[in-house]
Unconditional design. Structure first.
Length: 221
């Protein structure tokens, strides 16, 4: 079907309004438009706006990213990048708030470690690299504490100390994997390689969720 961009944009905006009012009908209409105009970024852009309006942030982010790839004009690409950044910040708020709530509710975890982890999580939205480094330091503190408790003497890097705890059955496989996730992202923050992009808030989510899992496991012991 041959239509100019203004006609496609109007169809996409109408579909967006439909999705906001009646999600099922709106999604069906966008499905139809994507079959007719599969390479038009405006269809993805308007669907992203509608998804954002109804709170489907993950779906909105994916559509904004698709729109950016398809738009030929830089000013529209920038609109998508700005939207993705906004959504990442919104998602970070929800993720971090829930993580902080769960960590703060634990009653059998060392209070000083708990405070340090919560402080690191609070920095994810504004200082992601610093947050990743702080979470790594928290893992190192936890590992050293567990080694002291069990009389383990391994004077080596954090990687080997984690495996020493795992080999002795003190930390389960999944716990060791979580620790390594935090260690690796922390190393990336502490020792960035030339040419690598800066860490973003979304990059730190794995460390946050991994630390929640570790502390909840400790709390259950």
């Amino acid at each position: 079907m041959s239509r100019n961009w203004e006609q496609i944009w109007k169809l996409a905006k109408d579909a967006g309004q439909m999705l906001i009012k009646d999600r099922g009908r709106g999604e069906k209409e966008f499905g139809r438009l994507l079959v007719l105009f599969p390479g038009d970024g405006m269809v993805f852009f308007e669907r992203a706006k509608a998804f954002e309006a109804i709170g489907e942030l993950v779906l909105a982010k994916a559509d904004y990213e698709a729109a950016e790839r398809l738009f030929p004009l830089e000013r529209w690409k920038q609109k998508d990048r700005d939207a993705v950044k906004r959504i990442v910040e919104l998602l970070a708020g929800g993720t971090i708030t829930e993580a902080q709530r769960r960590v703060g509710s634990l009653t059998s975890v060392d209070a000083s470690l708990q405070r340090e982890v919560l402080a690191a999580m609070a920095k994810v939205g504004t200082e992601p690299s610093s947050a990743a480094a702080d979470l790594r330091r928290c893992v190192e503190k936890l590992v050293d504490c567990l080694m002291d408790q069990h009389g383990i003497m391994v004077n080596d890097d954090l990687d080997r100390r984690i495996w020493a705890l795992n080999d002795r059955g003190i930390v389960p496989d999944i716990g060791a994997n979580h620790m390594h996730t935090i260690r690796i992202l922390g190393n990336r923050a502490l020792h960035p390689k030339s040419g690598e992009p800066d860490l973003q808030s979304g990059d730190i989510y794995p460390s946050v969720t991994a630390f929640v899992a570790i502390l909840e496991w400790l709390n259950s012991q």
